[in-house]
Ligand binder design. Sequence first.
Ligand code: GUN
Length: 288
Amino acid sequence: MSAEIIDGFAVAAELREKIAADAAALKASHGVVPGLAVVLVGEDPASAVYVRNKLKATAECGLKSLEFKLPASTGEEEVLALVRRLNADPAVHGILVQLPLPKQIDADKVLGLIDPDKDVDGFHPVNAGRLSVGLPGFVPCTPRGSQILIDKILPDLSGKTAVVIGRSNIVGKPMAQLLLSRNATVTIAHSRTKDLPAVCRTADVLVAAVGRPKMVKGDWIKPGAIVIDVGINRIEVDGKGKIVGDVDFDEAVEVAGAITPVPRGVGPMTIACLMLNTLDSARRSVGG
Ligand code: GUN
């Protein structure tokens, strides 16, 4: 039996259409256009691609974007001053500082200075805390997008077992919080977990967010499970570059009940959720 392929590309396109309609309605009712400021420091090629895709999506959804490209040699104080300026600008509803930042800049200090109510990445400790205690706030985009895909396949996670592989602040921990908020029984597995394949085999919902190409094999998966592959890994196949996930798709598709492909799975959902968080922020700014 072969798994259902979860088409994140199509779900994200549908979501962007809805965001565009809602943004147009917000403009008509309140004269407000959601504004996203994107800060890129340095020339990391992967970051440049991510930022380009984010700016493209912003335009497609009818949101306004402000791009700040700073040289790799930029000092910490200059980035902090820019964040202070964006915090104070009422036309800016979302602030995204692309990571990683160059070594001379303390990322925690920069992320910690962003106004939590403009923190559309959901990386500020205040938003991590809000998620953990069940208060409204910004949820990081990749877990939010992953949860939307899971909701489409299995809307009721009560009594289900979920395993998240990876304990990052950006994906693993917030993903686990979201699954817990849906009443799943959640395990966070990581590099020190003993017998990882056996832990993964307990999962009705398995989320892989480790950054290791094709690590999750077919025999790690419970038959019929939902598999969400957050990995975006560049590998060489026959001398050519290829993008693969953290899950060995060809093996997993034979065992899982539903699975996200890479590409066209979680990736497009991450960007759509950045738009959604920016729209949410603009709506909150007018009391919506
Ligand atoms: N670098 C890689 N992914 C992300 C992301 O989602 N947000 C930011 N700010 N930087 C990133």
